[in-house]
Design a protein around this ligand. Sequence first.
Ligand code: PLP
Length: 388
Amino acid sequence: MDHLLSCYQPLPVAFTHGEGVWLWDTDNNKYLDALSGIAVCSLGHAHPAITQVIKEQAGKLLHTSNVYEIPYQQELATAITQYAGLQRAFFCNSGAEANEAAIKLARLYGHTKEFQTPQIVVMEGSFHGRTLATLTATASRKAQAGFEPLVQGFVRVPFDDLDALHALSANQNEIAAVLIEPIQGEGGIHVPHKGYLSALRDLCTQQEWLLMLDEVQTGIGRTGKFYAYQHENILPDVVTSAKALGNGIPIGACLTGPLASNLFQPGKHATTFGGNPMVSRVALTVLETLHEDNLIENAARQGDYLIQGIQEAFSNNPHVIEIRGHGLMIGIELDCPARPLMQVGLAQGLLFNTAQTHVIRLLPPLILQQNEADEIIKRLVKVISSLN
Ligand code: PLP
């Protein structure tokens, strides 16, 4: 009997070790990792700086709890809010938890305005996590089915549609916040039109709604800026982050600007593990390494190169409907289900996954070099040609 609950359908492969963009399986086969553990291992596998800091901190102190001061957590809050252009941070252990914190902030904010039932606007096609509130914020009926009753206080509008938001502002007077991914990841790699986020920022300011950006997948350099909203030179009120912040050590963060920085007071929100000395120090090292090795600029450069290469490789392929993305967050929409191709990818030594049913999703490490990008394209051509 399988003693794991049936939450996943893993591919029949397990890995023993990795180095940079490469992974090796139990039979010593080598794979190019174009998924990074779903946008987590952005510095690649077994990065020497991360290995070193984990070893060192493990020998000193792992955890004390937030009952006591944690200097590395303070340092991390200073560093990440500086990168974000925001003020304060709460650290937790996952993306869903970071979004839970944001949702609670929106409720507190709504109550400061004396709303009876503060509403959070969320988008069609969104993904925000699997806890009950974040599942409710997520657009997938399939993911929600069976978990009713869901959480109250969410209204949904189409993504990348300003008119829908304007219409809502005219009809609904208890909106506290908008929660949105700057680029939808699980929803199929959807990049909104240029100017959408800044227009949304203006609308939120005008309506006094918190603009809350879920940068769990897009953040920490993935799209070629530290956060994706920096492509539009705006500042949100709340940002959620996780995944690549720990390069594989679980950490989430909820960051706040002036409107949201004083809503939590002691007793309003907490976590046992969040921001412990180990994770905080690792995350600090992740930020330092991204900066010192110019990896965000590299993500922008290699992302452009990879997207262009994929476009050239598949411009005449009848199965490829659209190529979308920004930086190293790339989707290839097919005219058929994409999941069977993950197995074909294994045979070609290429790791990727899917988003929605028809989209191949590539999230390679930000350390990617041009010859490795070429290799991804070469292997993808073999994978997609299996459809003929
Ligand atoms: N938000 C976004 C945009 C995500 O892509 C994800 C995970 O894929 C989450 C939230 C949930 O993060 P976690 O799985 O760490 O709870």
